[in-house]
Design a binder for this molecule. Structure first.
Ligand SMILES: Cc1cc2nc3c(=O)[nH]c(=O)nc-3n(C[C@H](O)[C@H](O)[C@H](O)COP(=O)(O)OP(=O)(O)OC[C@H]3O[C@@H](n4cnc5c(N)ncnc54)[C@H](O)[C@@H]3O)c2cc1C
Length: 558
């Protein structure tokens, strides 16, 4: 039986069933290696040109990706793609992440610019456009946001009306923040038919009335194109509707789910590059007569960076493989869309957890460089700037936390099953995670009882609940991976993470109790009981993690 979305809330999966990076198939490993080679040999040498917005460089590199089969990874073979799985797509996203501007251009093309056609377009549109998008003959973009509607995506003002002769759609409005706009040939664009029915259209760049504005001057991702898309009575063919009239939200939000999961992979790839740079620098830089890598304060940072990235990596590939399992069973396009939607909770978690881990990693990485971290001489300065946007796009982290909170309250929750099904000996870490599940269940039940229907408006409550749920998914994924691999290093990382996560969960639960139960004494006792943890020597374990990082010439978080 396959693993299902949100299962982790009810019971602990057997580690043998949970996919980990140690389980990559030869084919997945080959795709990952190919993308890593592309990073080293093609992207890194051209970084400066990419950052100078020499679009010819970016488009040539995208075409090279097309030649290598990397643009159509997730596109079925019959439309010119490679028809590969989400695990492979994550490996490529992770590989390109250190050259973030290119990574985002690649994602704009192969992900949000192409997948709406794969999952929602008519056969005719697919045959006309997908082969060219897979080869890099055509470039694409995704145009949802507007100046006055970002998070509130359904409030777009762009309209679509039938032309007088009834043969075309006429689009009027302006889209903002559109990645790849400088060179895109087609834009997946959202507009309201007759000002009311939210609908997705495919807008060719060469249609009458279509143009783009000036480049945004951005904090990071300076080598990616971000412009407005101007639709001035743009005339597009009648058949260029993607999905159904009035159902544009199905397209917009399901495709964003995949994009959100990929932010987890971006966090792993970009974060590792920052960690490697920090380790190398810490070994070389001397202060007070010693390499700064020998100081406990620096070792703490390096170990924490490595272990958080390892946890995100565990969550990313676990989720991608579960999506692949569900997609493998889908017999129709509707079932494939339902399979993606089933993992909406995990996708939002990867987005929020991953982007915040990445920001932590680049921030601490920069700190290790001291003043040099603040100079453009070192790549950590760019990693720091490039990371920040991941908390903003693909739905801000606030919006994703609210989505997670809402899903937690909405999900039909199966009965909790006892922890530690694998060993007869109850492991204290598994037991702690099980108790946290119980606690979350208890808190969601009380929240619904206290606030009734208005709970969805209690944002602070939802944020705390979603943070607790993320910590549970993270702990569960880390423990499964450690147990499955039986590596000592992984055990230190999982135990250190769990020890700290339990304390963060307790803090969040304690913040909730006063509003959920003003009388509260019994509930405080419950929180304390369920978040009891065995003191674990996280100082010594981080030292050991740091030691192993410093010994390895090319440190890996996993
Ligand atoms: C570099 C870059 C590339 C991008 N690429 C694309 C692209 O290719 N295609 C595209 O369509 N868009 C793209 N975007 C746009 C991006 O998706 C939006 O910026 C994002 O969705 C946030 O919308 P906003 O900027 O309007 O912020 P707002 O929605 O105005 O949000 C402002 C703040 O208010 C918070 N907030 C908003 N609503 C709520 C609420 N209900 N409850 C609590 N807090 C709330 C937000 O979390 C945020 O902190 C890109 C943006 C950037 C910066």
């Amino acid at each position: 039986m396959r693993l299902r979305g949100a299962d982790f809330l009810a019971h602990q999966s057997a580690p043998s069933e949970v996919f980990t990076p140690e389980d990559f198939s030869n084919e997945q490993q080959m795709i990952g290696d190919l993308a890593q080679r592309f990073l080293r040999e093609e992207l890194i040498p051209r970084q400066d040109s990419i950052e100078r917005q020499e679009w010819q460089t970016t488009t040539t590199l995208l075409k090279r990706c097309g030649d290598l089969g990397l643009l159509g990874l997730e596109v079925p073979v019959e439309y010119g793609g490679a028809g590969l799985d989400k695990v492979s797509a994550m490996l490529v996203t992770q590989a390109f992440a250190p050259v973030a501007s290119f990574g985002v251009s690649y994602g704009g093309q192969s992900g949000i610019g192409t997948l709406p056609l794969v999952y929602f377009a008519t056969e005719e549109l697919k045959r006309r456009y997908l082969p060219a998008l897979c080869s890099g003959e055509l470039f694409s973009a995704y145009a949802l946001s507007e100046a006055t509607s970002g998070s509130d995506a359904m409030a777009v003002r762009t309209t679509a009306t039938r032309s007088v002769d009834g043969l075309s759609w006429i689009l009027r409005g302006e889209k903002m923040w559109i990645t790849n706009a400088a060179f895109a040939d087609v834009f997946t664009t959202f507009a309201k038919v007759d000002g009311k029915d939210f609908t997705c259209f495919l807008v060719p760049k060469d249609s009458p009335g279509v143009s783009t504005g000036a480049e945004e001057r951005k904090m990071g991702l300076r080598g990616s194109s971000t412009r407005t898309l101007i639709l001035d009575n743009a005339k597009i063919p009648l058949e260029n509707i993607v999905g159904e009239i009035g159902k544009g939200h199905h397209v917009a939000f399901n495709i964003l789910n995949i994009g959100r999961a990929k932010i987890g992979a971006i966090a792993v790839g970009a974060g590792r590059a920052a960690l490697e740079a920090a380790v190398t620098y810490a070994k070389q830089r001397a202060a007070f007569g010693r390499a700064i890598a020998s100081f406990g304060a620096i070792q703490h940072k390096l170990a924490e960076m490595a272990l958080r990235l390892w946890v995100v990596e565990s969550m990313v590939y676990r989720t991608a493989a579960m999506m692949d399992g569900a997609l493998g069973e889908a017999a129709s396009r509707d079932e494939a869309v339902a399979a993606i939607r089933e993992f909406a909770l995990e996708c939002s978690m990867l987005k929020v957890f991953g982007s915040e881990v990445l920001d932590y990693v680049v921030d601490e990485g920069l700190q290790i460089f001291g003043g040099y971290g603040y100079s453009q001489e070192y790549p950590i300065e760019r990693y720091y700037r490039d990371a920040r946007v991941n908390r903003i796009f693909e739905g801000t982290n606030e919006i994703n936390r609210l989505l997670i909170g809402g899903l937690l309250l909405k999900e039909r929750q199966p009965p909790l099953t006892p922890a530690y099904p694998i060993d007869s000996q109850p492991d204290p870490n598994w037991l702690s995670v099980h108790h946290c599940r119980k606690l979350l269940r208890e808190l969601t039940t009380i929240s619904t009882r206290v606030f009734g229907q208005s709970i969805l408006g209690e944002q602070e409550v939802l944020m705390h609940l979603s943070d607790i749920a993320m910590e549970i998914y993270a702990m569960d994924s880390a423990l499964c991976r450690a147990q499955k691999s039986r590596r000592v290093l992984y055990n230190w990382m999982a135990s250190t993470f769990v020890s700290d996560a339990i304390q963060r969960i307790r803090e969040r639960a304690e913040k909730l109790i006063p509003i959920l139960s003003p009388e509260g004494t019994a509930d405080v006792a419950l929180v304390q009981h369920l978040t009891k943890w065995n003191p674990y020597d996280t100082i010594r374990s981080r030292r050991k993690i740091a030691e192993s990082l410093l010994e390895s010439p090319t440190p890996q978080s996993g």
